[in-house]
Ligand binder design. Structure first.
Ligand code: ADE
Ligand code: ZN
Length: 324
C-alpha cells in the first residue's frame, strides 16, 4: 500500500498545533519575538509532559498575531495535509489566540482563514474551541463569538486544554450556546483523565463526538455506552503514544474499542509536536496492527458520517471511501 495516497479524513487537528517549527521560527524572527526554550537544538518543539506541551504550544502561538498570519498558516497546513492524502478535514481554531474573544477581531481572523481554506484542494470546516484551563467565563465568550459567526466554514464548537481543570458541567452554558447556534459539538475527554471525565462530558455537554476518549477502555460499562449511543471518538494514536497515555500502538486501546463496537476515527492532533503525520499513522496501523484498506475505508466512512458538514459535501466525499 502507498500510505500517503490513501484518501483520508482528519477530524481532529489543531491549526496552531499543526504549525511547523520553521513557520513559527520565521514569524518570530520577522516580529522579533523571543522563542527561547520553545525549540531544542534540532529545531523541534520542546516539552516533556502534557502540561509543558500546553505551555510550549501557547508560547509558540504568541507569534501568530494577525489575520494574515493565520491565513498563511491555514494555507500551509492544508497543503501539508493534501500531501498526506487528506481530502476532508476539520481544524480546531481557538478564538482566544485570534483576538482574545473580541468579536470584530475574530471575524477578521475567520475571514482570512476562510479565504485560505477556499483555495485549497482539501475540503475544510472549522471547529472553534475554548481552552479548558482558561476557565468557564472565557469559554462563554468563545461560545458567544462562535455562535455569532456560525455558518460558512465554521460548523463546530469544541474544547481542548487541560482536562484536569474544572468540571465538564462548568462549561455547559458555553456548549448550550453553541448548540443553539447549530454548531456540531466535540470535547477533549478521556485523553489524560479517565472514564469519569468522558462520562461527565457526555452527560453535561451532550457532545456528538469526543476528542480522544481512549481511556474509556478502563471502564467496560462506559465502552458499552459509547457503542450503544454511537459516540464517535476522534482517536489520535501518535499523539497518545507521544504523551505517554499508552507505551506503544500495540498497547493502545483503539483496537479494543473498535472490537467492542465503538466508532473510531483517526487523526494527528498536533503533528509536529508529536512527530507524526497522517501517512505515518496509517502506515503504523497497517504494519503494527494489520489494518487493511477495508479498515481504512470503515474509519473514513465513519468520520464522514460524523463530519460537521452539509449533506451534499458528506455524500460527495463519502464516495471516496468505498474501497476504490
Ligand atoms: N490542545 C492542543 N492539543 C491538545 C491535546 N492533545 N489535548 C488537549 N488540548 C490540546
Ligand atoms: Zn486535540
Amino acid at each position: 500500500m502507498n500510505f500517503s495516497e490513501i484518501a483520508k479524513t482528519e477530524l481532529h487537528l489543531h491549526l496552531e498545533g499543526a504549525a511547523p517549527p520553521a513557520f513559527i521560527r520565521r514569524l518570530a524572527q520577522e516580529k522579533n519575538v523571543n522563542m527561547d526554550g520553545v525549540f531544542d537544538e534540532n529545531g523541534a518543539y520542546v516539552w516533556t509532559s502534557f502540561v509543558e506541551f500546553l505551555a510550549t504550544y501557547e508560547r509558540a502561538c504568541e507569534v501568530l498575531k494577525t489575520p494574515e498570519d493565520f491565513g498563511r498558516l491555514m494555507g500551509a497546513v492544508l497543503e501539508e495535509q493534501a500531501r498526506h492524502g487528506v481530502v476532508y478535514t476539520e481544524h480546531f481554531l481557538a478564538p482566544d489566540f485570534c483576538g482574545g474573544g473580541d468579536l470584530g477581531a475574530w471575524k477578521e481572523y475567520l475571514a482570512a482563514m476562510t479565504e485560505a481554506a477556499k483555495t485549497s484542494s482539501v475540503e475544510a470546516r472549522f471547529v472553534s474551541t475554548c481552552v479548558r484551563h482558561m476557565g468557564p467565563e472565557q469559554a462563554k465568550i468563545t461560545a458567544m463569538v462562535s455562535a455569532e459567526t456560525a455558518g460558512g466554514l465554521l460548523t463546530g464548537f469544541g474544547m481542548g486544554g487541560d482536562e484536569s481543570q474544572f468540571t465538564a458541567a462548568d462549561f455547559a452554558y458555553a456548549f448550550d450556546m453553541a448548540r443553539e447556534a447549530g454548531l456540531g459539538l466535540t470535547s477533549h475527554a478521556g485523553e489524560v483523565e479517565g472514564p469519569d471525565s468522558v462520562r461527565e462530558t457526555l452527560d453535561a455537554l451532550k457532545v456528538d463526538r469526543i476528542g480522544h476518549g481512549v481511556r474509556s477502555i478502563e471502564d467496560p460499562a462506559l465502552v458499552q455506552r459509547l457503542a450503544d449511543e454511537g459516540v464517535v471518538l476522534e482517536v489520535c494514536p501518535g499523539s497518545n503514544i507521544s504523551l505517554g497515555v499508552f507505551p506503544d500502538l500495540k498497547a493502545h486501546s483503539i483496537s479494543r474499542l473498535r472490537e467492542s463496537g465503538v466508532v473510531v476515527t483517526v487523526s494527528t492532533d498536533d503533528p509536529p509536536y508529536f512527530h507524526t503525520d497522517m501517512t505515518a499513522e496509517y502506515r503504523d496501523l497497517s504494519e503494527q496492527l494489520g489494518w487493511t484498506q477495508d479498515d481504512f475505508d470503515a474509519i473514513n466512512q465513519a468520520a464522514m458520517k460524523a463530519a460537521f458538514c452539509d449533506e451534499a459535501t458528506r455524500s460527495k466525499l463519502m464516495a471516496k471511501f468505498n474501497g476504490a
